[in-house]
Design a binder for this molecule. Sequence first.
Ligand SMILES: Nc1ncnc2c1ncn2[C@@H]1O[C@H](COP(=O)(O)OP(=O)(O)OP(=O)(O)O)[C@@H](O)[C@H]1O
Ligand SMILES: [Mg+2]
Length: 180
Amino acid sequence: MPITITVNSPDQTRLVGQELAVQLRPGDLVMLSGGLGAGKTTFTQGIGIGLQVKGRVSSPTFIVARVHPSLVGGADLIHADAYRIKDLSDLETLDLDSTLDEAITVVEWGEGKTEQLSADRLEIEIHREHGGVATNINGVVDLAEMDDGERTITIRPLGERWEGTEWGSVFSAFEEKEEK
Ligand SMILES: Nc1ncnc2c1ncn2[C@@H]1O[C@H](COP(=O)(O)OP(=O)(O)OP(=O)(O)O)[C@@H](O)[C@H]1O
Ligand SMILES: [Mg+2]
């Protein structure tokens, strides 16, 4: 059963990622999909905060993957962008400082490319509810202006790994925190 959460801001997306991080273990694979600018990197920032890893997660534009080492003796975060890779072999040939079975791997744009990494995986789709029409003023296209911040985040757990996982805290991630 997929889990769907509606959020209204980048901070809420980060909080869902942060709360999800509590459930993640070494070797886990998270695949993020959604359109350009949906919030995949923003969500990964939350995972990074939750895992307490070094460095701020950002878009790996010119590199395929970046390792964020754990600051607390836990699992490292491997943040990969599969947008420019053809298949898994490209990711495996990377000389990363952390191995896929010891780290937590989060892949943006991995569909059709990195499923073979693990039968047990989380497929997460971030969907922008209202696409909006970009304004074009004097040749400057403003996408941000049209963004109402609403997203739906759908988490699809695949494989035995996730049997018995408590998703309640992920659901209520931002509601609880906002009350405080
Ligand atoms: N609820 C939200 N969750 C995440 N991002 C949001 C939300 N509302 C607005 N935004 C904005 O949308 C943008 C998302 O950018 P981000 O880099 O996270 O997307 P992405 O899916 O990783 O894009 P890309 O396809 O380029 O990798 C940011 O500018 C962010 O501020
Ligand atoms: Mg991104």
